[in-house]
Design a protein around this ligand. Structure first.
Ligand code: PLP
Length: 407
């Protein structure tokens, strides 16, 4: 991307003009949540100013307009990830809720005592704990795919974990700590050769990579709106129709029913069977708007530029004595986790903050990965297409000052 293009993009994100302790904000915490462009903010305000009425149940004009906008958003999202039908797109509160939905519904449908779920060592807590809860409920076992020293999953070990008791494989597309882009197509193919379905946690992938759920042949694919420039409280579960039809609903309530008597309830058709209660019908339109925004820039362009930033930052970080980067796969996204010898990550994060630089420190909701690496946590920078090399230079200079203070 040219400097001009980046400057134009930056001008569309009002928060990038904020000052932190009187310094320009440098926001390197994009893996936690992304900032919102004007188009998305405007869409939210427009929704509440012009299109606000509860959807699906109303005969009145405004309700029909709001319903149409919500369903248009669903269609857009289906096309964006190349789902074969918008009925395969379930709106959730985010990645976490989507995984909990599958853990409950698939768990009820397919799982029994002695069965197994396969996850990997680099999962976010939201792709660990729901499966642990299922295992406790049903007397099942979690099996863990290990990784090598670069932070890449060991596929030979993975294959050995698959057997007739495996009811699901659930792995992250991109690690929120290491940045590793996992070979999910290969992971899915291997599981399918044994008739095992696969869920892919796309929370860190959708903002950076063009995802095609049909090409991947994923059975379930989940992501969060707020990590891809949309609002909080909206997310997506893609599920293959054949699975969504078979598994029972997750929550009961309005919208998800066809007919209710005190004796018996019949459930609504897809996708509504999984959408109990009033959905975030403004958030859904904001999500579609955010996806339009990134599509307009171009996913390939975004990936190329973010890779350039990541390579540049990695090279500059290595200038620092005692630097150790966790996650060195060739195939990685714009996340860099690091530690500097003898300096606590919290100290680094706190001092960088005083320079207006937002990074994340700690276990990044991946405590088992930290245990595997035998470290308490890391400092994590995660870049977006609105970040610049100049910001990275400022960050490196500030980091060098922190290191000198502690040495
Ligand atoms: N999975 C991964 C890989 C993540 O990075 C995150 C958030 O950091 C989540 C799941 C959970 O996302 P949310 O909190 O939006 O549900």
């Amino acid at each position: 991307m040219t400097t001009n293009e980046i400057n134009n993009i930056r001008a569309e994100f009002p928060i990038l003009l904020e000052k932190v302790y009187n310094r320009p904000l440098i926001y390197f915490d994009n893996a936690a949540t992304t900032q919102k462009p004007k188009a998305v903010l405007d869409r939210i305000i427009y929704g509440y100013e012009h299109l606000n009425a509860n959807i699906h149940r109303g005969v009145h004009f405004l309700s029909q307009q709001a319903t149409e906008a919500h369903e248009d958003a669903r269609n857009y999202i289906a096309n964006f990830i190349n789902a074969s039908s918008s009925t395969e797109i379930i709106f959730t509160r985010g990645t976490t809720e989507a995984i909990n939905l599958v853990a409950f519904s698939l768990g009820e449908f397919a799982c029994q005592k002695g069965d197994e779920i396969v996850i990997s060592v680099m999962e976010h807590h939201s792709n660990i704990v729901p499966w642990q809860m299922l295992c406790e409920r049903k007397g099942m076992k979690l099996r863990i795919i290990p990784m090598n020293e670069k932070g890449e999953l060991q596929l030979d070990e993975y294959e050995k974990l698959l057997n007739e008791r495996t009811k699901l494989v659930s792995v992250t597309h991109v690690s929120n700590v290491l940045g590793t882009i996992n070979p999910v197509k290969e992971i899915i193919t291997k599981a399918h050769s044994k008739n095992i379905p696969v869920l892919i946690d796309g929370a860190q992938a959708v903002p950076h990579i063009q995802v095609d759920v049909q090409e991947l042949d994923a059975d379930f694919y989940v992501f969060s709106g707020h990590k891809v420039y949309a609002s909080t409280g909206i997310g997506v579960l893609f599920g293959k129709r054949e699975w969504l039809e078979k598994i029972p609903p997750y929550q009961g309530g309005g919208e998800m029913i066809q007919n209710v008597t005190f004796e018996r309830t019949t459930y609504n058709e897809l996708p509504f069977k999984f959408e109990a209660g009033t959905p975030d019908y403004i958030g859904s339109t904001a999500l579609a708007e955010a996806l339009k925004y990134v599509q307009n820039i171009g996913m390939e362009k975004i990936a190329n530029y973010e890779n350039e930033l990541t390579r540049y930052a990695t090279k500059r970080l290595m200038e620092i004595d005692g630097m150790r980067i966790y996650g060195t796969s060739e195939n990685k996204s714009s996340v860099i986790s690091f530690l500097v010898e003898n300096i606590h990550p919290y100290d680094i994060g706190a001092i960088l903050d005083k320079h207006g630089i937002a990074v994340r420190t700690g276990h990044h909701c991946a405590q088992p990965l930290m245990d595997f690496l035998k470290i308490p946590g890391t400092v994590r920078t995660s870049f977006s297409f609105y970040n610049t090399k100049e910001e990275i230079d400022t960050f490196i200079e500030a980091l060098k000052r922190v290191v000198n203070m502690f040495r």
